[in-house]
Write a protein that binds this ligand. Structure first.
Ligand code: CU
Length: 148
């Protein structure tokens, strides 16, 4: 008995999918974070009222800041998550880059935020050199502010 070309093709497709899945896992390992590491917003507390634009200062304990692309143990760069949350899935892959997911890949530790009047949520999530959250994730409590 010999395999038909069709069986060979489907076998190849299965192999390819398995290899692709293995490569995807290998390409996006999460960097471990040291015990006790924490991010926090220094200058705003939950419930604050602010005028836009307003400053947000990024605090980090137990780890250091390194620019994106730079590999150094125990480091990462800040991301400001605005009016959304990262899903469990998003916690394991590079953080999106858009108006609600702002990267500070040069190692910045503060920014000015412009938002329309109303309630908004802010959260810091540290990412590794590849913008992937650490494991366990190093993130601040969610801070809700009201822009007047
Ligand atoms: Cu990033």
């Amino acid at each position: 008995m010999s395999l038909s070309p069709r069986a060979l093709v489907s076998c190849g497709a299965i192999m390819t999918a398995a290899v692709a899945a293995a490569i995807a896992l290998a390409q996006t390992p999460q960097t471990p974070s040291p015990a006790g590491a924490a991010a926090y917003i220094i200058n705003l507390k939950d419930g604050d009222t602010v005028a836009s634009p307003f400053k947000v200062q990024f605090g980090l304990t137990g780890m250091g800041i390194a620019p994106a692309g730079v590999q150094a143990e125990g480091t990462g760069h800040h991301h400001l998550i605005i009016d959304t949350k990262l899903s469990d899935d998003e916690m394991k892959r590079p953080i999106a880059a858009d108006a609600q997911h702002v990267h500070f890949g040069r190692g910045q530790t503060e920014t000015m935020v412009t938002l329309p009047p109303g309630r908004h949520t802010l959260q810091l999530v540290l990412g590794d050199m590849s913008h992937i959250p650490h494991n366990p994730p190093v993130m601040s409590p969610v801070v809700t502010v009201t822009v007047r």
